[in-house]
Design a protein around this ligand. Sequence first.
Ligand SMILES: *Cc1c(COP(=O)(O)O)cnc(C)c1O
Length: 376
Amino acid sequence: MPSVTIDSAALRANWRTLAKRNPAARTGTAVKADGYGLGAAGVSTSLHEAGCRDFFVAWAEEGAAVRKALEAAGQGDARIYVLQGLEPGTVPMHLAEGLIPVLSTPDDIAVWREGLSVAQAEAPAALQLETGMNRLGLAEEDAEAGAELVRERELDLCLVMSHLASADEPSNQSARQLARFRELSALFPGVPRSLANSAGCFLGPDYTFDLTRPGIALYGGSAGPASEGLIRPVATLSAAVLQIRTAKAGEAAGYGAAARLTRNTRIATVGLGYADGYPRAASGAGVPLREGRPGAEAFVAGHRVPVLGRVSMDLTLLDVTDVPEDAVVPGTRAEFFGPNIAIDDVAKAAGTIAYELLTGLGPRVLRLSAEEAAIS
Ligand SMILES: *Cc1c(COP(=O)(O)O)cnc(C)c1O
């Protein structure tokens, strides 16, 4: 079976690297989308051990699952924020699970406040401010009315936040958003502030405020050039060689006969495909899915080898001609990303980003801890 091995020591080390880098801010973490595909329960309990107390999910249901995992591990003191605004009907779930909604509209504020009155409860909420991404959050023109509403309804705001559109690339966008965030968050004096995602954690102390919210860097993805060399790989995607054959120059391999062999080629057929989330767009060179780009590579028996032909649903071909013959046998595992093949390189070859590779890992990919992987 294909598997993804999660090195939780590296995960915790990445969290500590970011925490040390920004000592004036609390370091939280994004564990939405099942902990970026790696299993929200394991990732959250592991990061709590490292010292993390602030967890961000997209949906209340995800928050409830994270709460359950943390409680089961005796980690009852976590703050869990729900990023997508207040979904209708979910106030009771927020209250029952102790989730902090990130309110995004004047309606959200009103609905939350009314929900609290009904439950006769006091519970903290966070507020998202829109600063230039045009995605979620209170619009600039609503910010003052929002602040008024918060005061009037005596809302317990525990955080105001915004999100950076392009912290990972040089542009003036981040500086503009920073200025707008400063201006709008001043309408909420005394409330802790949060702006930085992973890449924002590398933009310097102006960006980190009271709480950061890294995701991808903790999971081993790049957070822009400044993060290079500081982030350890966390996830290793691997699968076993099922069969090895030698094909002659002039023959073809894989669907569409897309790979034309220019030499006698030893081909390893590996049990991993696009149904597992290994993208078809990572197919080998010469496969006309995207003109002019090199294909992805894998790592087998100490060698980097090219993917050959089209990635199919359950299988991928590797050209192992240059690997010593007895080094690759059926059962040998090939790494598709991990310590030897940077996940960002695979993403680049496939025309996507590491986030999509991680969150796209299919349900039949076994999630293993490093310890489990060592015995299997
Ligand atoms: C996903 C997300 C994050 C984490 O972003 P990374 O780029 O993975 O560090 C932080 N804040 C918000 C609002 C998000 O949606």
